[in-house]
Design a protein around this ligand. Structure first.
Ligand code: IMP
Length: 198
């Protein structure tokens, strides 16, 4: 019987990525069938990932996975960072347009950016494991591509000449910040339990 981890997200695009990435482990994932009703803080990705994972683990009495992520532009002091999903109201495309607008006077050296993710598994016994991931790249002048979600259409990873939204889900999942954070946390989780990847 594979272990079951409940994924504390209401975002179907994120859930798909998380379950694809976890596919190589002997773990069954389920989307939490409750609204993950947490008030995210502004301190760190880890704080928010912990809040989501604990919320679900406590209510369902099961091991739960929470993740928080964002994009950071060093030339803007790390903005929007933990506020990536909510620095203005509206849809993902509104926030992407707002970010492009704030960057319209910035030349190539100042368009460097990084996606960051923190993943937490809260265990039913009250302990946690944590993993981090990062993907470096740059912000384009305008959105390109139809795949993915969020800031994918404006982010070109280092070593590529296409945005994440121009990549297949598999290509993105091979290099993403989320993949690195998930692998780090799941490997620690399985190690603690004396189980390896398939
Ligand atoms: P969260 O759901 O609170 O973790 O919000 C993460 C924010 O960062 C959302 O605005 C996402 O659109 C953005 N974000 C995080 N990871 C990615 C990604 O892989 N691609 C595009 N945007 C992302």
């Amino acid at each position: 019987m594979p272990r079951i981890i409940i994924i504390a997200t209401g975002n179907p695009a994120k859930f798909r990525e998380i379950s694809d990435i976890m596919g190589k482990y002997d773990i069954a994932v389920r989307m939490a069938d409750l609204r993950v009703d947490v008030r995210e803080g502004t301190a760190s990705y880890e704080e928010n990932a912990r809040l989501k994972a604990f919320y679900v683990a406590a209510r369902l009495g099961a091991d739960a996975f929470g993740e928080d992520s964002g994009i950071e532009v060093p030339a803007l002091g790390g903005f929007p960072g933990v506020m990536s999903a909510r620095f203005i109201e509206g849809r993902d495309s509104d926030r992407t347009d707002a970010l492009l607008d704030r960057m319209r006077h910035l030349g190539p050296p100042d368009r460097k950016a990084a996606f960051k993710a923190c993943a937490v598994i809260a265990l039913a016994d009250g302990t946690t494991v944590v993993g981090y991931g990062e993907l470096n790249g740059r912000i384009t002048d305008g959105p390109v591509g139809e795949n993915g979600f969020g800031y994918d259409p404006v982010f070109v990873p280092d070593g590529y000449d296409r945005t994440l939204a121009q990549m297949s889900p598999r290509e993105k999942n091979d290099i993403s910040h989320r993949r690195r954070a998930i692998e780090a946390v799941v490997e620690k989780y399985l190690f603690q339990r004396g189980v390896g990847a398939e």
